[in-house]
Design a protein around this ligand. Structure first.
Ligand code: NAD
Length: 675
């Protein structure tokens, strides 16, 4: 073993070091989380410090108390910067981790991939994406977790409370190695300020979706979903216009905002979908990062220069992604004033987190906003709300001229309505659909199609290439006899996987995503397992998914916004989903309060599964993926969604032991006559 690897392993095994490591200088070249608001009472500040010091022996308390108090004052949180590890942060090939459990080593690689500075949004604050999507609350938790994972066996389970490792508990080899809960609070205490308070005290965290469940794979995960969404939004527009070929997207203009963690996928998706895209991003660091990574083609700082560039790109039917480094409201207003025809519009600012850096109000620089949100939070809130009113007004002007606008799951409609913007119809419904209501729900989720992903733990690009080929082969075979209802979805995904390698989508680990239904996911996973067994793949593979799926998430304004039986505010599905995955073979499961659209607004869950070519892995694949997809289809079918009814009846024909309660459809006229 070489010296660096030895030091890496030793540092992991040491957990929280006995002696204090050198204090780390604040690195200004890294993208840092904004200062969080000063929300704690003096008594709660005492608690925050006592809570932080729980991780360390008493002899260090005098030094650390002072330092942590300073962090709390300066950043509104105690990150314990001093305890950032000294090794470089990225996912190593799985055999380089010190471990007694191969599954635990796989989880360590996933954690390090999430924290890789190429992948994470604010890596030093342990924020992976979405402004507040945390993997851990502080570096002591990170160190302890890595130590637990390095020393645990396949007969133990690590219990995670919002980033805090409660400990290792005896279990058995079929049990999950890790159970994660994030942000689970008593429902009456689930307002955004409750998160601020509990997070500042170090007792809870916002795990977003894949951040707190170690399943984030950089923007690729979302490029795919965004590509599918943009392609289908364009098809809708072209169909509305009576176009003969709804796949001829040349010259269509797509305007949106956000080049952050997930939103950064939009320009790339625009290019893959073959349109002209314009994305506004107020933070120059975020914009430059995406430009350097080749995810956006051109950066423009001046609207006078950008507007003619847009006209030229549209006229020339260029496939190009332009970014406006500035406030999206300025962009929308200018587009409306210039009477530019926009075909598709959306928004991916982090409006799930409007008061703490997710949305920057028009009329203020980034720095002014950052100061205001910490020093004058009420004024900041007013600025955000008045910005949203202007934002919506400009969008309304363009939709009146034919633009198709959709909410992209960032709580844009919800927060705009709360801000009093002109976003509601007379009957109280939103003026615009969510992308799930129009696209993802009826075309994908109801049929069981969702964001299946995998990571090659060998970290070898050739392993990823082989998995791409295997996935394509499996999907091709299924598509040959797929019913009409799902043939289009299969075609789009085959094209995606065929082009994925050429599009250089990997940032961080050797990972891939596609959308597949239960049959597709299971057959692909079994093909990987075979290839590991016979040595064609050089290492184990992690299977997982985004929480943004058929069954994992109850989110009334997003994943379950096309549930119309009144149960969209119930969260039984997400909870049942994660419990069921937990005893059917998942290597880790997670359940979160708040992914995507905000704390208190959604319950979402996910899983990870390390497969190693064994018969046990094959069994886990068959049993767990079946449940993971079909429980959500069954619920969607019970909600009278036609596609889901079709899909679950088809599954019952294939699987005699599946028996699902099907709804009887009542006659509306009959009901009206008796009420
Ligand atoms: N439905 C989905 O599949 C889906 C996918 C991706 C993201 N989302 C949601 O979209 C949002 C964005 O996610 P993210 O990970 O990219 O978050 P992020 O915080 O990393 O990125 C958002 C970006 O928007 C920029 N921004 C904020 N206000 C702006 C303004 N007024 N003008 C211009 N730029 C502005 C920020 O600087 C930031 O870089 C989140 O709410 C997320 O939950 C949903």
């Amino acid at each position: 073993m070489d010296k660096t690897m030895n030091a890496f392993q030793e540092e992991i095994l040491a957990g929280i070091p006995a002696e204090l490591p050198e204090a780390k200088a604040y690195d200004p070249t890294i993208n840092h989380a904004p200062k969080r608001k000063d929300i704690l009472t003096p008594e709660q500040k005492v608690l925050a410090l006592k809570n932080a010091l729980r991780y360390f022996p008493k002899r260090h308390h005098a030094a650390l108390a002072k330092e942590f108090a300073e962090e709390l004052r300066t950043y509104g949180r105690i990150y314990m910067y001093r305890f950032r590890p000294s090794y470089e942060m990225y996912a190593r090939p799985v055999e380089e981790y010190p471990a007694k459990s191969r599954q635990a080593a796989g989880i360590m690689a996933m954690i390090q991939n999430n924290l890789d500075p190429r992948v994470a949004q604010h890596p030093h604050e342990l924020i992976i994406y979405g402004g507040n999507g945390a993997i851990f609350q502080n570096w002591a938790q990170y160190r302890l977790v890595m130590q637990y994972l390095a020393t645990m066996t396949d007969e133990q389970t690590l219990v995670m409370y919002s980033g805090h490792p409660l400990g290792l508990f005896p279990s058995h080899k079929d049990a999950p190695r890790v159970i994660v809960t994030n942000g689970m609070v008593i429902p009456n205490y689930s307002k955004p300020d409750d998160w601020e308070r509990m997070n500042a005290m170090g007792v809870s965290q916002y795990g977003q979706m894949t951040a707190g469940s170690y399943m984030y794979i950089g923007p690729q995960g979302i490029v795919h979903g965004t590509t599918i969404t943009v392609m289908n939004a364009a098809r809708k527009q072209l169909r509305k216009r009576g176009a003969a070929n709804t796949d001829d997207r040349g010259g269509l203009l797509f305007v949106t905002a956000g080049l952050g963690g997930m939103s950064g996928a939009q320009p790339k998706a625009g290019n893959i979908a073959g349109v002209v895209s314009v994305t506004a991003e107020i933070n120059p660091k975020a914009a430059e990062k995406r430009f350097e990574q080749g995810w956006v083609d051109e950066l423009h700082r001046d609207l006078d220069e950008l507007i003619p560039r847009i006209r030229k790109a549209v006229a020339g039917k260029e496939v190009v992604s332009l970014a406006y480094v500035g406030n999206v409201v300025d962009l929308w207003e200018r587009l409306a004033d210039e009477d530019i025809h926009v075909d598709l519009g959306s928004d991916q600012t982090s409006l799930h987190n409007p008061w703490a850096g997710g949305y920057y109000p028009v009329g203020y620089s980034l720095e002014e906003s950052k100061r205001m949100m910490a020093d004058a939070p009420e004024k900041f809130k007013d600025a955000v709300q008045s910005s949203l009113r202007r934002h919506v007004d400009a969008i309304n002007r363009l939709t009146e001229k034919g633009m198709y606008f959709f909410d992209y799951g960032n709580a844009f409609l919800l927060e705009s309505s709360r801000a009093g913007a002109d976003i509601l119809l007379p009957d109280g419904r939103f003026r615009y659909p969510s992308y799930v209501q129009d696209i993802m729900g009826p075309m994908y989720f109801d049929y069981g199609f969702g964001p299946f992903r995998w990571v090659c733990l060998s970290e070898k690009p050739e392993d990823l290439e082989l998995t791409d080929r295997l996935a394509m082969q499996v999907l091709g075979e299924i598509a040959a006899s797929a019913p009409e209802e799902i043939a289009g979805q299969m075609r789009d995904n085959i094209r995606w996987i065929d082009e994925a390698g050429r599009n250089h989508l990997v940032v961080g680990s050797q990972a891939r995503i596609l959308y597949a239904d239960c049959e597709g996911r299971t057959k692909i996973a079994l093909a990987f397992n075979e290839a590991i067994r016979d040595g064609r793949l050089k290492g184990p593979v992690v299977l997982g998914r985004d929480h943004h799926d058929v069954s994992g998430t109850d989110s009334p304004f997003r994943e379950t916004s096309n549930i119309y039986d009144g149960s969209q505010f119930c969260a039984d599905m997400a909870i049942q989903n994660v419990i069921g995955d937990g005893f059917r073979g998942a290597t880790w499961v997670s359940i979160h309060n708040g992914g995507g659209v905000g704390w208190g607004e959604v319950i979402n869950g996910g899983f990870g599964m390390v497969i190693d070519g064994s018969e046990d892995s094959a069994r886990h694949i068959r049993e767990m993926l079946f449940w993971d997809v079909n429980n959500g289809i069954a619920r969607r079918s019970w909600a009278r969604n036609e596609g889901a009814r079709f899909a679950i009846e088809r599954e019952m024909e294939r699987t005699p032991s599946l028996r699902v309660t099907l709804p009887n459809i009542a006659d509306e006229e009959l009901i009206k006559s008796v009420l």
